[in-house]
Ligand binder design. Structure first.
Ligand code: SP5
Ligand code: ZN
Length: 355
């Protein structure tokens, strides 16, 4: 398969989400998942000569095969409801941020009701305090889904490699709960769309530094979408803390179709690429006919959000090793927070993926 360049799908609307802040251990700090990320990535990819196209509008049908309608409607409306509530005037908070999440332990089997107050509803579909909703968040998150579905369209039409410059990212979003700077699960949407286009088995390979708990959860009981991830060991104290362990291998029909490779803090190129090879081998063994790459570049040595220490060269090697699977591929942007290097990291990975 000849694919010297990727087609890059983009949309200005992906810049409309401005996180404003993230609240971690009760302290509000400036957000890290900034619009500038997308600007830097696009500049690097244009510089590398990739063809860039605008996304096209898609309806909600694939989105609603991945996410609970109630999550989607919540995200669509919650900022407006928040601004119409007393909260902004009362405390000066103009972003949706939860103060109470109804955990399984709190409800102890009682139904999860829809709360009346929007400041309570804020915790109904969100599991952390770092993923604030502002005025442009819904439009950007929904635009990222369109970017992703447009990249799938290109691959289904015969392009060997398309890259979705999706922002905000998505791999932390489960069927009905968002968090981790993510609102809608773009990679899961890509996998579902490839299934719907006729690929009987689809693989998602997640190289973001963090475990893609959302994508894992969406497909955990399904054999038709294999999920493999290499990420910093959640047991060593890293987000998402509760998932991403090696003994999570899938359930029911999905038993054996989930592979997690947790990595020690400080993991360098050799061990990271070795883990990637294991994931790639599993993809081949599952007989997948299409590939989604959850392309976070936050495992890079310079990245402030993870302790994994991967070099630029290793990202290019990772791309090459995945290209060797010789599958139609949709790469979807996930994390990556070091503004001065993330564009080049994505560019070298795509160079590798382009084979
Ligand atoms: C898509 C993605 O890479 N999401 C990762 C979200 C993990 N964020 C964890 C943040 C932990 C605390 N970071 C402190 C930053 C202070 N501003
Ligand atoms: Zn990440």
């Amino acid at each position: 398969m000849s694919r010297s360049l990727a087609v890059v799908v983009r949309s200005d609307a992906c810049l409309l989400h401005v996180p404003g802040a993230e609240v971690w251990v009760g302290v509000s700090t400036p957000g890290t998942e900034l619009p500038e990320r997308a600007v830097r990535i696009e500049a690097a990819l244009r510089g590398a000569g990739h063809r860039t196209v605008e996304s096209t509008r898609h309806d909600d049908s694939v989105l609603l095969r991945v996410h609970d309608l109630r999550l989607v409607e919540h995200l669509r409306t919650v900022h407006e409801r928040w601004m119409a509530s007393p909260i902004p005037e009362l405390v000066g908070q103009d972003r949706v941020v939860p103060y109470l999440m109804p955990t399984a332990g709190m409800l102890d089997g009682l139904p999860e009701r829809e709360p009346t107050a929007v400041h309570a509803a804020a915790g109904r579909y969100c599991y952390d305090t770092m993923t604030l909703v502002g005025p442009g968040t819904w439009e950007a998150a929904r635009a990222a889904v369109d970017v992703t579905l447009s990249a799938v369209d290109l691959v289904v039409a015969g392009e060997p490699l398309a890259y979705a410059l999706a922002r905000p990212p998505g791999h932390h979003v489960t069927r009905s709960a968002y968090g981790g700077s993510c609102y809608l699960n773009n990679a899961a949407v890509a996998a579902q769309a490839l299934r719907d286009a006729g690929h009987e088995r689809v693989a998602v390979v997640d190289v973001d530094a963090h475990h893609g708990n959302g994508t894992q959860a969406v497909f955990y009981e399904r054999a038709d979408v294999f999920y493999g991830s290499l990420h910093v060991d959640p047991g060593a104290g890293w987000f998402p803390h509760y998932t991403g362990f090696a003994d999570e291998t899938g359930r029911g029909d999905g038993a054996g179709a989930n592979l997690n490779i947790p990595l020690a803090e400080g993991t360098g190129d050799d061990a990271w690429l070795g883990a990637l090879d294991r994931v790639a081998d599993a993809v081949a063994a599952h007989g997948c006919t299409a590939l989604v790459v959850s392309l976070g570049v936050d495992a890079a040595a310079a990245d402030p959000e993870s302790p994994v220490q991967v070099s630029h060269d290793a990202y290019e090697s990772a791309g090459r090793r995945l290209a060797a699977l010789d599958l139609p591929t949709v790469a979807v942007q996930e994390g990556g927070y070091h503004l001065d290097t993330l564009g080049d990291l994505v560019a070298v990975t795509l160079r590798g993926l382009a084979g």
